[in-house]
Design a protein around this ligand. Structure first.
Ligand SMILES: Cc1ncc(COP(=O)(O)O)c(C=O)c1O
Ligand SMILES: C[C@@H](O)[C@H](N)C(=O)O
Length: 352
């Protein structure tokens, strides 16, 4: 039995995705002729309420391209959260590749950044001789390192107002924006209305095998397309990948609510296990952080090993913290099986 809770990036293409991939109409996308890519990009621009869209191989490249397009002037600075994915898990690409300076501000537990701290971080133009130039603000919704917490549309709009007031752009890392939209009950185009660009992962909660899409103005996407080529992200017959993404959009967005319900069921069950610390109130989408209580005789390594031996895969987030991420290929019985194995793993070590 295999219950893969490592991430929502682990899903396998469904039969319908494979069938669509096999029969996809394709052409050379670098030359701009792949019909299935154009279909997906048109569909995604419409869904996200933006003028245009561009398929990219990964969310990391989507964020990198978006930041570099907005921060095209040397000495640009981006304001972002200290625990956001762009800052932690993308090898500092905006700086190492893009030469963009990052101004990291503490993320709150709910994934937001205090708006007064954002405003305070905006460089005074009178110091232009010495200061980097604040150009962009980045948000992340849902916020992975906060446990999949959702940024409200009110908060996002307020950050958008700050950006406009200071002549800045707003990018949203929307790797799991569909999860946030479903959890908040806010249409996704409304949730990102204030953003100048969004990077949306097709390969996470909605379960496509590969890829992301960035959306924004026509001018932004034209620049993004050129940068994608520069970075080696221009690919040929990508209709094969886009066909799977179109199936994912059709079949899996509607399953996210059920993913969240199963996540809450698992979180509530884990909360009852002595020796584990969960904050069920912070479980808003498909991610759960599980802390090992101080003094507990068990460890993350022991739990991972015990579960792996029973076919359950999960990741360690910190020395004493585990992370589980649910997706449409985790069933309700997988949740019950995982709970019972967690219970056994902790009981064996703690003898309770
Ligand atoms: C919030 C967030 N943004 C961006 C990414 C990057 O996506 P990719 O893995 O496709 O590069 C991820 C995870 O992979 C993520 O969790
Ligand atoms: C680890 C991180 O890069 C990935 N986005 C995940 O959430 O699994």
């Amino acid at each position: 039995r295999r219950v893969d809770l490592r991430s929502d990036t682990v899903t396998k293409p469904t039969e319908s995705m494979r069938a669509a991939m096999a029969s996809a109409e394709v052409d050379d996308d670098v030359l701009g002729y792949d019909p299935t890519a154009l279909l997906l990009e048109t569909e995604m621009a419409k869904i996200m309420g933006k003028e245009a869209a561009l398929f990219v191989p990964s969310g990391t490249m989507g964020n990198l391209i978006a930041v570099l397009v907005h921060c095209e002037v040397r000495g640009s600075e981006v304001i972002l959260g200290d625990t956001c994915h762009i800052n932690i898990f993308e090898n500092g690409g905006i700086s190492t590749i893009g030469g963009v300076h990052s101004r990291q501000i503490k993320n709150n537990d709910d994934g937001t950044i205090d708006i007064d701290l954002i405003e305070a971080a905006i460089r005074d133009p009178r110091g232009e001789l010495m200061f980097p130039t604040t150009t962009l603000i980045c948000l992340e919704n849902s916020h992975a390192n906060s446990g999949g917490r959702c940024l409200s549309v009110e908060y996002t709009d307020r950050v958008g107002e700050v950006a406009k007031k200071h002549g800045l752009k707003l990018h949203i890392d929307g790797a799991r924006i569909f999860n946030a939209s479903v959890a908040l009950g806010v249409p996704v185009d409304r949730l990102v209305e204030a953003a100048d660009s969004v990077s949306v992962c097709l390969s996470k909660g909605i379960g496509a095998p590969v890829g992301s899409v960035i959306v924004g103005s026509k001018n932004f996407i034209a620049k993004a397309k050129r940068l994608r080529k520069t970075l080696g992200g221009g690919m040929r017959q990508i209709g094969i990948l886009c066909a799977a993404a179109l199936v994912a959009l059709k079949e899996n967005v509607g399953k996210l609510e059920s993913d969240h319900k199963k996540t809450r069921l698992l979180a509530d069950g884990l909360h009852e296990i002595k020796g584990l610390k969960i904050n069920p109130g912070s479980v808003e989408t498909n991610i759960i952080f599980i802390d090992i209580v101080d003094g507990s005789r068990t460890t993350t390594e022991k739990i991972i090993k015990y579960l792996e031996e029973r076919g359950i895969l999960l990741m360690r987030d910190k020395p004493s913290r585990l992370r589980v991420v649910l997706h449409h290929q985790i069933s309700a019985s997988d949740v019950q099986y995982t709970l019972s194995c967690f219970q056994q793993a902790v009981q064996i070590e703690n003898g309770n």
